[in-house]
Ligand binder design. Structure first.
Ligand code: FAD
Length: 280
């Protein structure tokens, strides 16, 4: 009898990091880029959550061993996407991003597939109008939620404010919002013209642009509400998600609480949620 040999399956060590392959990279400025990679079939996540990703670190000078260098990253792609997308800062001497900024198609990254986070629909009570407040790469979780049908099913109006230092730093968000108009899945599931529910309010703090200033100042003066043609927030109708640097998050939390909104969590849904875009 001719018995065919079964190919030997190599046992993976338990600590073997889960690696994914880069499928595309786009650079926006000398500080910002985005990339896409393969998605493990087993990875389930809710739009707005984050995971740990990274690269192998430099070899230890004594032992020669390499350890994974991992950082928290919001998944910028929606839960239905076949691939994963991330939107990243380039910190010149940052342990991870000084290397990560050089990745190219075909390279591998490490992904710890344990998604978590509070910028999820489950952590908010039902409402009519949803606000996304972002600075810099804090736009990433909203890039996911803006491509999530539930966002448009659950709310009549979605307002996204994005404050960056320069005009170039707004490009990823602006292109993504423009691209929603031709998003096949959203047009099919929600219906043509769904994107009219979105009001986009980009502002810059350092470079001249049509709207300059910090969103907190523009809200405090009432200018943001006048520009958008909307009423200030009210706890009955408005829900909000915040993702920015620590000072921004704290200032905006105070403002939202003055409007009567209450911070929620996965275990206790309320009227707003907040997450740091990075650790200061
Ligand atoms: C919950 C969570 C989600 C995150 N999601 C993202 C994401 O989607 N995209 C992303 O680029 N980063 C994100 N970060 C930050 C990320 O984890 C790393 O800090 C970043 O990739 C830089 O890594 P690094 O090793 O090069 O430098 P680090 O040693 O981690 O950081 C060095 C310094 O760079 C500054 N810095 C770090 N990240 C940023 C940033 N995003 N924007 C501006 N300044 C920064 C800080 O001052 C920090 O002290 C997230 C952080 C948290 C806690």
């Amino acid at each position: 009898m001719n018995v065919q040999a079964t190919p030997a399956v190599k046992a993976q060590p338990k600590t073997q990091p889960n690696t994914q392959t880069i499928t595309g990279v786009t650079h926006y400025t000398d500080r910002l880029f985005s990339f896409r990679c393969t998605r493990p079939a087993s990875l389930r996540f809710r739009s707005g959550e984050f995971v740990m990703i990274g690269l192998m670190g430099d070899p230890d000078p004594v032992t020669g061993r390499q350890k994974p260098l991992l950082r928290a990253y919001s998944i910028a792609s929606p839960s239905w996407d076949e691939e994963l997308e991330f939107y990243s800062i380039k910190v010149p001497d940052g342990p991870l991003t000084s290397k990560l900024q050089h990745i190219k198609e075909g390279d591998e990254i490490i992904l710890r597939p344990k998604p978590v986070g509070t910028l999820v629909h489950d952590a908010l009570l039902p409402g009519k109008r949803l606000w996304f407040f972002a600075t810099g790469t804090g736009f990433a979780p909203f890039a996911s939620l803006l491509r999530e049908p539930q966002t448009f099913e659950d709310y009549d109006e979605i307002i996204i404010t994005h404050t960056c230092r320069t005009v170039g730093e707004l490009t990823y968000g602006r292109d993504l919002i423009e691209g929603l108009k031709s998003n096949e899945l959203l047009n099919e599931v929600i219906g043509e013209g769904f994107w009219k529910k979105i009001k986009y309010y980009p502002t810059t703090t350092r470079e001249e642009s049509p709207k300059m200033g910090r969103i907190t100042d523009l809200m405090r003066s009432g200018e943001a509400f006048a520009d958008l043609g909307v009423e200030p927030l009210c706890a009955q109708n408005d829900r909000a998600m915040i993702c920015g640097n620590l000072a921004f998050n704290l200032e905006l939390k105070d403002m939202l609480e003055d409007f009567g909104l209450v911070e929620g969590a996965n275990s206790d849904p309320q009227t707003y949620v907040v997450e740091k875009a990075f650790l200061d």
